[in-house]
Design a protein around this ligand. Structure first.
Ligand code: GLY
Length: 358
C-alpha cells in the first residue's frame, strides 16, 4: 500500500498527490509578498473553505473571481482576471493560486503566465478531471470563437497540489467526466489501472480513488516529461479526443451541453471502432471496451444529419493538419499509437456506428 501523499516531479515542478497533500503543502505558498486565489462561484463556496481549513497559514491578499463554465473560458474572462490583478497591484513576484477545475487551471495559468510577462501560479485542482489531466503538463489557454484551447501557451506552475479531499464536493456528473479520462489512461497504457478501476460500474468515490488518481497522474507525467510540447508521444493523450472535442463543441452550442468526459467517452468508442479495423492492429475485443464505456455513459443524442457539422468542427481542430484528421488509435488493450491519419470516410462511418450500435 502506497503511503500518501507522494511527490512526483515534472520539469522540476513538484506534484504533491494523494490524501494529505494539502496539509503538507504550506511551504509551496510561502515567500510571496502577495497571494491571490482565483475562484469561481462554486469553488469559492465549496472548495475555498476546505483550502483555508487545511492551509490556515496562507496569507491571502485578495480573491480573483470569475464565472464558472467552459463557455466562459475565453479572452474576455482572461481580461477580467488581468483587470482584477491590476486593481490589486499584483506584481510579477506575486502568486496566483488556481483553485478549481480545468477551466480555472487553464485560464488561470494563461492569465498568470501573460500578466506582466509572467507571474507565479500554483494549481490546486478540485475536480477529478482537473486532478488527473488539466492541471498537469503546463498547457494553459482559452477557447477562441468556437474552437477549444485555440489561444494559449505552455507555462510551468510553481507546484501542483492534488488532494482527493475535494472529490467529496463533486456530483456524479463531474466524477464521471474525470472517470472518462482515467479510463483513457487505462486503455492506452495502464492495464493495472484498468484492473484497479475494476472494469466495473462507476461507483461512489471510494477508498481506491487516491491510488487510482496517483496512477493516472504518474501516467500523464511519464508521457509529458518525454514530450512536453506534443511533438509525438504526448499525442497519445488524444485518444478519443479527435471526435470527442468536435462533439463537445457541437453540444456546447445546443441547449444540452455535455461534459468533457461524456464527449471523450463517445470519442473513445469511435476511435476504438476505427482501431478494431485498422490493418496490422491487434485490437481484437472492442466489444469489451464498448461495454465498459456504455455501462457508465449514456450515448450522446445527435442525429445522422448532424454528422456533417460534427465533421466540419473536427476539421477546425488543432489535431487536423493539412485537412487530414489525425487520431490516436489502440494497437491493443494497454497500448496506443499516436498521429495516425484516418480517412474522413472512416471517421464518418465510426459516428454512424456509434449511433447505430447502442
Ligand atoms: N489533455 C491532453 C494533454 O495535456 O496533452
Amino acid at each position: 500500500m502506497q503511503k500518501e501523499p507522494v511527490l512526483l516531479n515534472l520539469a522540476l515542478v513538484h506534484h504533491l498527490v494523494g490524501q494529505g497533500a494539502l496539509r503538507q503543502a504550506a511551504a509551496y505558498f510561502s515567500g510571496y509578498k502577495k497571494i491571490f486565489i482565483l475562484v469561481d462561484e462554486n469553488t469559492e463556496k465549496i472548495c475555498l473553505p476546505v483550502f483555508l481549513r487545511y492551509l490556515p497559514e496562507v496569507d491571502v491578499t485578495g480573491y480573483v473571481r470569475i464565472i464558472s463554465g467552459e463557455s466562459n473560458k475565453n479572452i474576455q474572462t482572461a481580461s477580467s482576471i488581468w483587470q482584477q490583478l491590476t486593481l490589486f497591484h499584483a506584481e510579477r513576484d506575486s502568486l496566483l493560486v488556481n483553485l478549481g477545475g480545468g477551466v480555472i487551471t487553464d485560464i488561470g495559468g494563461f492569465a498568470a503566465a501573460t500578466f506582466k510577462r509572467g507571474m507565479n501560479f500554483i494549481n490546486v485542482p478540485t475536480t477529478l478531471l482537473g486532478q488527473i489531466d488539466a492541471a498537469i503538463g503546463s498547457k494553459t489557454g482559452v477557447d477562441f470563437n468556437e474552437y477549444k484551447n485555440q489561444i494559449g501557451l505552455f507555462a510551468h506552475p510553481k507546484a501542483v497540489v492534488i488532494d482527493p479531499v475535494f472529490l467529496a464536493t463533486l456530483d456524479q456528473k463531474q466524477i464521471r467526466s474525470g472517470y472518462a479520462e482515467m479510463l483513457k489512461y487505462a486503455l492506452i497504457m495502464d492495464i493495472p489501472l484498468l484492473k484497479l478501476m475494476g472494469l466495473q460500474h462507476l461507483r461512489e468515490i471510494n477508498g481506491n480513488i487516491g491510488a487510482m488518481t496517483i496512477k493516472a497522474v504518474s501516467d500523464k507525467i511519464s508521457i509529458v516529461e518525454k514530450d512536453m510540447h506534443e511533438s509525438g508521444l504526448r499525442k497519445l493523450l488524444n485518444f478519443g479526443h479527435t471526435v470527442g472535442h468536435a462533439l463537445e463543441t457541437f453540444f456546447l452550442k445546443t441547449e444540452h451541453p455535455v461534459t468533457h468526459g461524456e464527449a471523450i467517452a463517445a470519442g473513445m468508442i469511435c476511435a476504438t471502432m476505427i482501431s478494431a479495423g485498422w490493418p496490422g492492429f491487434e485490437c481484437h475485443s472492442p466489444e469489451q471496451i464498448y461495454q465498459t464505456i456504455d455501462r457508465d455513459f449514456t450515448r450522446l443524442k445527435f442525429a445522422g444529419s448532424d454528422i456533417p457539422e460534427i465533421m466540419r468542427l473536427m476539421q477546425q481542430d488543432k489535431k487536423t493538419k493539412e485537412n487530414k484528421l489525425h487520431f490516436t488509435l489502440l494497437y491493443k488493450l494497454g497500448e496506443a499509437v499516436p498521429d495516425i491519419i484516418v480517412p474522413e470516410e472512416k471517421v464518418r462511418e465510426s459516428l454512424h456506428f456509434y449511433l447505430r450500435n447502442q
